[in-house]
Design a protein around this ligand. Structure first.
Ligand SMILES: [Fe+2]
Ligand SMILES: [Fe+2]
Length: 295
């Protein structure tokens, strides 16, 4: 939907078009794409994890120990109720042994994005907070929906991480727009520019950061219409779970618009009755609360 904002048009140029062009130029212009850099410690750990062959646990745990923020997050995951049946971890090395290499890598993707939520001006700070709040809600909802669907633990955590990452491109677009305070001060203009650019911006970031393929698909395609499986028994995909979680949220105006019809479609795809309300489903609420441990 194109927002009319003739009052803000300067020299006949639509400010939304101007902003979208500005963001794309920063991302796809002749210069190097203006993308945030993955934090160094996360990059090193990721390289060790993606190296192939047997995991060098000693090296990875050493790198984790050097980053108190990352190791604290990992220990919180390992000692959360999700893994209460597995024992207790007091060190990164014990945490790796407890939750496994796959989940370490998944949580690393999530933790590495912490640095993207910092606004450089008071004007844009509310937008970053809005995306953070929305992403955390979608992450927990995706986890809960995956739990209701009967997915096993690792895939539920994967749904959480995919939910947390799905709008990561909005942060990239917002960071670029911070260079244009004339555009960034108008809420409607910012919302429309971010809406039009965040999937592409996220896809470029995901590629540059070597995020796993399932997350790349979610980041790039989550705004596409919800597909109804031809066969209702067709397995739910990670993309569909995140799309449904995204649509159930009250929405961050920077990133989305409401759509009750789409929510009905989601319920059909999830095998839920049309009058299902997540607030009134104890199983959903239990899983949603459990996912708090992952934040
Ligand atoms: Fe989005
Ligand atoms: Fe979203």
């Amino acid at each position: 939907m194109r927002l009319e904002n003739k009052a803000s048009a300067r020299n006949g140029v639509d400010p939304v078009e101007e902003g979208v062009a500005y963001v794309y130029d920063a991302l796809l212009g002749v210069d190097e794409p203006r993308l945030p850099v993955m934090p160094q410690s996360a990059r090193r750990i990721q390289a060790a994890l993606l190296r192939g062959g047997a995991l060098d646990t000693r090296k990875v745990s050493g790198l984790l120990s050097a980053d108190p923020g990352l190791s604290a997050r990992l220990l919180r995951l390992a000692n959360s109720p999700l893994f209460s049946d597995m024992g207790t971890a007091r060190t990164p090395r014990q945490a790796i042994a407890l939750v496994g290499e796959v989940l370490i890598q998944r949580m690393l993707c999530y933790a590495a994005t912490d640095s993207l939520y910092h606004a450089s001006s008071p004007t844009t700070a509310p937008w970053f907070n809005c995306v953070l709040e929305h992403s955390q809600w979608v992450a927990r909802t995706a986890y809960a929906l995956a739990t209701l669907a009967g997915w096993e633990r690792t895939r539920c955590v994967e749904a959480f991480v995919a939910g947390s990452l799905h709008d990561i491109g909005a942060l990239v677009a917002l960071q670029i727009l911070e260079q244009r305070p004339d555009l960034a001060s108008d809420k409607k203009i910012v919302a429309e520019i971010v809406m039009q650019t965040h999937c592409k911006a996220g896809a470029l970031l995901a590629e540059a950061w070597h995020l796993p393929e399932p997350y790349r698909e979610v980041i790039e395609h989550h705004e596409q219409p919800i597909r109804l499986a031809a066969d209702a028994s067709e397995a739910l995909s990670l993309l569909e779970v995140v799309q449904c979680a995204d649509l159930f949220h009250g929405r961050c105006p920077a990133v989305h618009s409401h759509a009750a019809l789409k929510r009905t479609r989601c319920k059909t795809r999830l095998g839920l009755p049309p009058d299902w309300e997540l607030e009134k489903d104890p199983a959903f609420q239990g899983a949603f609360a459990q996912a708090h441990a992952l934040l």
